[in-house]
Design a protein around this ligand. Structure first.
Ligand code: HMG
Ligand code: MG
Length: 299
């Protein structure tokens, strides 16, 4: 299949990138990052999550972050919402899109959201109803599509089953998460092949953590199969608090560099993106996880 002409980038840095940070990060810094990402041309920003603040303290201030954003037309400011309480908080704070998150592994589901996969889908039903009443689009995530930190191998058919349920519930898009970044292109192809038995390829996205350095290769394999929505995190920040040792998503700068080279449209200005990456890494006092950012920073 020819590569897509255009890719939609879903920037998850302010949520996935920062949720695992032990040091306090003020709402003002998060808001500044979000504004810089929007300035760079990103049109979808996952800006925070409304989960139990005792479970993920870094996201406790998401209300303040959403309230502080000056919304721009055409930009989605999305929030993760695990249950109705989370959805109500997200709606009140001004999120214009939400995401529900399930897993393809029972143990990960228990550790991450404290319930079985089936129970999580039941909890999402009222979120879907409330989102529909408020006319908010809902994205669905599936974690552990290529492996689980607790169970090891995960069946591609299980991924397909969860994807089918999320689609039937009304998610407009399903993001396939390699939470611990263990998959190789062969695994990702197998998972996408299975998922497309139940979900049209246009409604699939990939969310690839780069722990084993496979993310760009896996994205290329996904593009070859027709996937045209890719999640990424500025400066490669992040991980999941319930997947120990998992590193961040593919860096948005690296993704944009690769798409530029492939002549695939994405609407993002690499220089402005690099500046946004420098801003947040300076705030965190840390080197960028983006190889492109590091290469271009050489004198
Ligand atoms: P629970 O303990 O089963 O929930 O947690 P509960 O309904 O029994 O409530 C317990 C207490 O939590 C109550 O407070 C609730 O009010 C409160 P109390 O009455 O005891 O004082 N509570 C909440 N407070 C604020 N906002 C809420 C909320 N819900 C309940 N929304 C829950 C269930 C899902 C809430 C919990 O397990 C949780 O917060 N987990 C955090 C999960 C998380 O954020 N994980 C990281 C994001 S997922 C990820 O990174 C993967 C992804 O990137 C894709 C990939 O890479 O694979 C998306
Ligand atoms: Mg993730």
């Amino acid at each position: 299949m020819p590569l897509p002409k255009k890719v939609r980038i879903v920037e998850v840095g302010p949520r996935d990138g920062l949720q695992n940070e032990p040091q306090p990060i003020s709402a003002a810094v998060k808001i500044e990052l979000i504004e810089r990402l929007a300035d760079a041309g990103i049109r979808y920003i996952e800006a925070g999550s409304f989960v139990n603040p005792q479970w993920v303290p870094q996201m406790a201030g998401s209300d303040e972050v959403f309230r502080g954003i000056v919304p721009r037309p055409g930009v989605s400011y999305a929030a993760l919402t695990p249950n109705l309480k989370g959805f109500e908080r997200a709606l009140a704070a001004g999120a214009n899109e939400v995401a529900i998150f399930a897993a393809a592994s029972e143990t990960f589901s228990q550790k991450n959201i404290n319930c079985s996969i089936d129970a999580s889908l039941d909890r999402f039903a009222p979120v879907m109803a409330a989102a529909s009443a408020a006319s908010l689009p809902v994205r669905g995530y599936i974690s552990c599509v290529a492996g689980c930190p607790y169970e090891g191998a995960v069946s591609a058919d299980k991924v397909r089953q969860v994807a089918e349920r999320l689609l039937q519930m009304g998610c407009y898009e399903i993001s396939l998460g390699d939470t611990i970044g263990v998959g190789t292109p062969a695994d990702i192809r197998r998972v996408i092949e299975a998922a497309t038995q139940s979900v049209p390829i246009e409604q699939l996205a990939v969310h690839l953590h780069d722990t084993y350095g496979q993310a760009l290769a896996n994205i290329y394999a996904s593009l070859e199969m027709g996937v045209a929505v890719v999640d990424s995190a500025i400066a490669g920040l992040g991980g999941c608090p319930y997947a120990k040792g998992a590193s961040g998503n593919v860096a948005t700068e690296d993704l944009v560099y690769m798409l530029n080279g492939l002549g695939i449209e994405h609407g993002v200005d690499l220089d402005k993106l690099l500046a946004a990456g420098r801003y947040i890494t300076e705030q965190l006092g840390r080197e960028s996880g983006s190889k492109v950012a590091r290469a271009l920073a050489q004198p």
